[in-house]
Design a protein around this ligand. Sequence first.
Ligand code: F6R
Length: 613
Amino acid sequence: MCGITGYIGTRDAWPILIEGLKRLEYRGYDSAGVALVKKGAISVYKAKGKVADLENSAADKDLSGTAGIAHTRWATHGEPNTVNAHPHLSPSGRLAIVHNGIIENYSTIKSRLQEEGYVFRSTTDTEVLVYLIEYLMQKQGKNLLEAVQSALREVIGAYAIALADRDDPDMLIAARKSSPLVIGIGDGEFYVASDVSPIAGYTDRVVYPEDEEIAVLRRGVPLKIVNLMNEECSHEVRPVPENIGLTGKEGFPHFMLKEIYEQPDCIVDCMRGRVDTSLGTVRLSAVTENAERLSTAKRFIIVACGTSWHAGLIGKQYLETFCRVPVEVAYASEFRYSNPVIDDSDVVIAISQSGETADTLAAIELAKSRGAFIYGICNVVGSSIARATDTGSYIHVGPEVGVASTKAFTGQVAVLLLLALNLAEVKGTMKPEAYHSTVKALLEIPDKMREVLKSDKGIAELSRTFTYAHNFIYLGRGFSYPVALEGALKLKEISYIHAEGYPAAEMKHGPIALIDTEMPVVFIATKNTMYEKILSNVQEIKARKGRVLAVVTSGDKVISAVADNVLDVPETLECLDPLLVSIPLQLLAYHIAVCKGKDVDRPRNLAKSVTVE
Ligand code: F6R
């Protein structure tokens, strides 16, 4: 993963780079570093930890300079420490590089350079690349651009890089392949970043270089983009998408809590312009524009990772129930290497909050190469996945900063529901009464979510009684099974408590052996077609003295009498339960993590955007 940023112009580079890194910190926060270029020198500042640690450690240093590159890291090769932090210098110290991605053949290149007598300082793949570039300059007399082209022709893997040259302080070079890169064009100045957020506010003109393109950023000179064969490439200058930039916590102690609370408004935003409240109908422009292609699809395949994959499992149930079309849900990371049987009669739905997830992007490319039509469901406007798809619908939930996904999940579920409803109407596969009652019930969801949020204080108190636990089990059935998976994922990623989600009836096939008085079992036991079955599953756990926390429908008496603790949600249609039930599970995970003193917004070992496979 990692975030890169760069600046060259007439202003002080340091504050721009530091601000940019803060906006990119969602991509990783193991270590951070900046290289400032001045005539005759490159000054490098690095620190283990977050960007704020870098700022503190450099507070008393000379930070002048109008060009520089910077990096916030999520370690892949080499432990997170100052030596492995970027920027990395070439052997002579002439060049500095920052890199997001993985150079897969770095060890072969490294051995070759070691045989030539080069000694490496770090254990990163990135340092190998800058050594190779300088080697090509020294041994083959190439200039920097030629050496970069030659080196990038040799490397296998993914990269977004920015390079600074001590001997040419008026130029930065940036290049990409399979990792995101945006160039901002200002007045006689350029910005480089992994996404537009560090650029927003400085300029509204950006260029997205394509794979294997190199941007030559010379102070005061127009942007030049060339490919690895040195052919000049045309480029489209685009506006910065709206609503980009830093969001604050707005009085909440953490972004995650703020984002949990935003969900009612997010669902309203998600429906805006798509749900006609007076007619009770749904229109997604992507469906209207591609009605024929979507309605004649023989099969849908949903590809996604993590939380987005969980949303996909719910989307499958929507599409199969309402549109009577077979749907498969695949982990993008498995799909991309699976040689799938897929052709132009298939529609692939790629779900991604960030729109940058490397595995999902690769799954899209594979599906595209076999003729499938690609429908994207993303949050980040203009992201790589949004640009790689044939059509799609944004979830419009606004920037999600907390690493644990919350509002994006419910936004994805809402958009999948809208898609299924719209398509069902086009295909005529849903009875009008069922269609209209589902739309009506969806319109009531934001208020019902507000109702659920009122249980926050109670959940905070209850959470204190769970900090002893080392394991949790989450159980649900039907529409609630993916919510159980998602609840377990939320808990483990921010509290570091091991948690598993299961379809409730699977317990007796093995996992029930885990149940004892210490084991909390979270049941999603709302009033729906599965209620009686879930009740039996609750009894099975109680008979083995497990501690049951049940999420029930308000007014429930039966399961409430058996469970040790209950959290209630307002009644809704069974298919809409996930939108309500997710909230108490998010709050439970949040408060348990807070009680345990964890860094809720930036849990260990994680990053918000997973741009490595
Ligand atoms: C968990 C979480 C991750 C992401 C996954 C995919 O809270 O956020 O599991 O869902 O990394 O990310 P996107 O949706 O950006 O493709």
